[in-house]
Design a protein around this ligand. Structure first.
Ligand code: NAP
Length: 540
C-alpha cells in the first residue's frame, strides 16, 4: 500500500467503506468516474466492522436490511437468521466488496484528517494520517451516523486495573468473560443485546442503568422458509413496499387506525399481536403512536405490563420500566432475553438515578452508595451520533470556513445532503435526512443514487460546482424541526437531539417526515434543475 507524500487526482474522494461508501464507489465507477475510498478500519464494513460485541445483530429483518440495487446479488445471498448477526452482516459486506471488485479502490487503515475546498479549482484536497494528499472534484462523506464512540468521562476512568471495552470498539478476537465479575454501564440497544450473552458466560454481571429503555422481543430464529420463498418470488414487490413505508420498513408501515379511537380490548389485542410478531412491529400498531402522547401512553402501559410480567422481582421490574419518555421517542430496543436476564442469579441492576456513578476506581465502579468490585467493565454508552464523525475531520469550505464552526449551534444542511458554503461536499445520511429514523439500507441507497445522479448531471454538462443556497438550507432546517415538533420525539433526551453528549447543541437531527415524502422531495429538487442549489458552469 502506498504511503508518504503523493498527489493524485480523482473525480471523487469517498470517506468510509461501510454500507454507504461501498455502494457510492460502485455507482460512481459505473458512471465511468474515478474514486478513491479511505477507510480507517483494517477491513470494509463500517458499523458492522466495529460493532463486534456479543449479541450484535441488526434490528431490522435481514432481507430488508440489505442492498436492493442488484437483483443478482439479492438472489444469490441467503440470510440465515431473521435478524442477521454482526459476523453474517460483515460477511455480506465483504462479499459485496468482492463481487463488485471494489477493493482495488479502497485504502484501508487510513484515516482522513482534513478536507479543504479550493475555490480556484472547485476541487477538494484531502489529507490522511498516512501522509497522503489527494484531490477530488467531489468529496463524499460516507462516515456513518453511529461511528464515533461516546468515550467514558468518569473521574478515575484510567485507574481501573482490569480490562474495559466500549461496545463500539470491540476486540476482533472477542472477549472471554468466563468466571469474571463484569460491570456493564448503559442500557441502550448495545447493552440490551450484549447483557444476556455476557451473563451466559460471566460469574456476575452488574448492570448500571441511568435511564431504563423500552425493549421488544426480536423472536429471532432461522429465516422462516415461507418468508424466504415469498421474498424469492416477490422480491421487487417487497422492496418497493419497504420504500413506500414511512420508516423504510414493511412491518412499521403506517396504519390508518388510531389508538385513541380503539377500545382498551382492541388495543390490547393489537399490541399482543404485534408483540408476538416481534421487533418494531409494535410501533406500527396505530397511526397516532408517535404523534399523540395519550395514544403513546397506551403502548407505554402495555410494555410496562410486559416488563412486570417477565421480571420476577417487583422492585427490579419497577426500575426497568421507563417512565420519563414516550415509547419510540428513543430508538426502540429489540432484544433476545433482555428482561429475562434479570431473573438470573448472576445478574443485578444498579439504578444510577438513586446512586450515580462517582468514579471508576482501580477495583471497580464507585457510586454514591458503594463500590461495586468488578474484573472487567463494558462501556455500552453510545455514540456522538450523526455529527461526530464529520466533526473529527477538519473540513473547510468557502473562505476557509470550518464545518465545525458552522455547526457550533447545531448541524444545518439542505436535505441532509449538502451544506451551504461547502460546494461539492456530499454527506450520506447526514443530519436533516431520514437516516437513523429509516431503514438505513433504504436511506443509504436513496442518498447514494441521488448523489451519483447529481454528479452525473454535473459532469455530463461540464459544470464545476454545486452548492446548497443558505435560503434553501434555512428553510429545510426549519421544516425538519417543524415536523419533529408534531411528534413525541423531541420529548426524550435521546442521541437524536444530541442529549447524550455533554455540551452538544440540542437540535433534533434526523428528518421524521417519512422516507417516501423525503425521497419525493429530493427527486423533485433534482427534476427542477437542482432547486435550492447554485450550480456553477465554470468547469475547469
Ligand atoms: P445509546 O442508545 O446511546 O445508549 C447508551 C446508554 O448508555 C444509555 O443507557 C445511556 O443512558 C447510557 N449512558 C451514556 N452515558 C452515560 C453515563 N455517563 N453514565 C451512565 N450511563 C450512561 O447507545 P447504544 O446502545 O450503543 O445504541 C446507539 C444506537 O445504535 C441505537 O439507538 C441504535 O440506533 C443503534 N444500535 C442498534 C442495534 C441493533 O439492535 N441493531 C444495536 C446497537 C446499537 P441515558 O439513556 O440516561 O443517556
Amino acid at each position: 500500500m502506498a504511503t508518504g507524500a503523493t498527489m493524485e487526482s480523482y473525480d471523487a474522494v469517498i470517506v468510509g467503506a461501510g454500507f454507504s461508501g461501498l455502494y457510492m464507489l460502485h455507482r460512481l465507477r459505473a458512471q465511468g468516474l474515478t474514486a478513491r475510498v479511505y477507510e480507517a478500519g483494517t477491513g470494509v464494513g463500517g458499523t458492522w466492522y466495529w460493532n463486534r460485541y456479543p449479541g450484535a445483530r441488526v434490528d431490522i429483518e435481514s432481507q430488508e436490511y440489505s442492498y436492493s440495487f442488484s437483483p443478482e446479488l439479492d438472489a444469490e445471498w441467503q440470510w440465515s437468521e431473521r435478524y442477521a448477526t454482526q459476523p453474517e452482516l460483515l460477511r455480506y459486506l465483504n462479499h459485496v466488496a468482492d463481487r463488485f471488485d471494489l477493493r482495488r479502490d479502497i485504502q484501508l487503515e487510513t484515516r482522513v484528517e482534513t478536507a479543504r475546498f479550493d475555490e480556484a479549482s472547485n476541487r477538494w484536497t484531502v489529507t490522511t494520517d498516512r501522509g497522503e494528499t489527494i484531490t477530488g472534484r467531489y468529496c463524499v462523506m460516507a462516515t456513518g451516523c453511529l461511528s464515533v464512540t461516546n468515550e467514558p468521562q468518569f473521574p478515575g476512568v484510567d485507574s481501573f486495573k482490569g480490562p474495559s471495552w466500549h461496545t463500539g470498539r470491540w476486540p476482533r478476537d472477542g472477549v472471554d468473560f468466563t468466571g469474571q465479575r463484569v460491570g456493564v454501564i448503559g442500557t441502550g440497544s448495545s447493552a440490551i443485546q450484549s447483557i444476556p450473552l455476557i451473563a451466559d458466560q460471566a460469574a456476575q454481571v452488574t448492570v448500571f442503568q441511568r435511564t431504563p429503555n423500552f425493549s421488544v422481543p426480536a423472536h429471532n430464529g432461522p429465516v422462516d422458509p415461507a418468508v424466504a420463498k415469498d421474498w424469492a418470488e416477490n422480491r421487487a414487490q417487497r422492496r418497493a413496499e419497504a420504500r413506500e413505508a414511512g420508516f423504510g420498513i414493511r412491518m412499521v408501515d403506517g396504519q390508518e387506525a388510531f389508538a385513541k379511537e380503539a377500545t382498551p380490548e382492541e388495543r390490547r389485542a393489537a399490541y399482543e399481536a404485534r408483540w408476538a410478531i416481534g421487533g418494531f412491529a409494535l410501533l406500527g400498531a396505530y397511526g397516532d403512536l408517535i404523534t399523540d402522547l395519550e395514544a403513546n401512553a397506551t403502548a407505554v402501559e402495555f410494555v410496562a405490563d410486559k416488563i412486570r410480567s417477565i421480571v420476577k422481582d417487583p422492585a427490579t421490574a419497577e426500575k426497568l420500566v421507563p417512565k420519563t419518555f414516550p415509547i419510540g421517542s428513543k430508538r426502540l430496543c429489540v432484544d433476545t432475553g433482555y428482561y429475562d436476564s434479570f431473573n438470573r442469579d448472576n445478574v443485578s441492576l444498579v439504578d444510577l438515578r438513586e446512586e450515580p456513578i462517582e468514579a471508576i476506581v482501580p477495583t471497580g465502579i464507585q457510586t454514591a452508595h458503594e463500590t461495586y468490585e468488578v474484573d472487567a467493565i463494558v462501556y455500552a454508552i453510545g455514540y456522538d451520533a450523526m455529527t461526530g464523525a464529520l466533526g473529527k475531520i477538519d473540513i473547510r469550505g468557502r473562505g476557509g470556513a470550518t464545518l465545525k464552526d458552522r455547526w457550533a449551534g447545531g448541524p444545518g444542511t439542505y436535505l441532509g445532503l449538502m451544506v451551504a458554503g461547502f460546494p461539492n461536499l456530499f454527506i450520506v445520511t447526514g443530519p436533516g435526512s431520514p437516516s437513523v429514523l429509516c431503514n438505513m439500507a433504504v436511506a443509504i441507497e436513496q442518498h447514494v443514487e441521488w448523489i451519483s445522479d447529481c454528479i452525473g448531471y454535473l459532469s455530463g454538462r461540464q459544470l464545476g460546482a454545486i452548492e446548497a443556497t443558505q435560503a434553501a438550507q434555512d428553510e429545510w432546517v426549519a421544516h425538519v424541526n417543524e415536523v419533529a415538533d408534531t411528534t413525541v420525539y423531541p420529548l426524550a433526551n435521546s442521541w437524536y437531539i444530541g442529549a447524550n453528549i455533554p455540551g452538544k447543541p440540542r437540535v433534533f437531527m434526523p428528518y421524521i417526515g417519512g422516507f417516501p415524502v423525503y425521497r419525493d422531495k429530493c427527486n423533485a429538487v433534482a427534476a427542477n434543475g437542482y432547486e435550492g442549489f447554485t450550480v456553477s458552469s465554470d468547469a475547469r
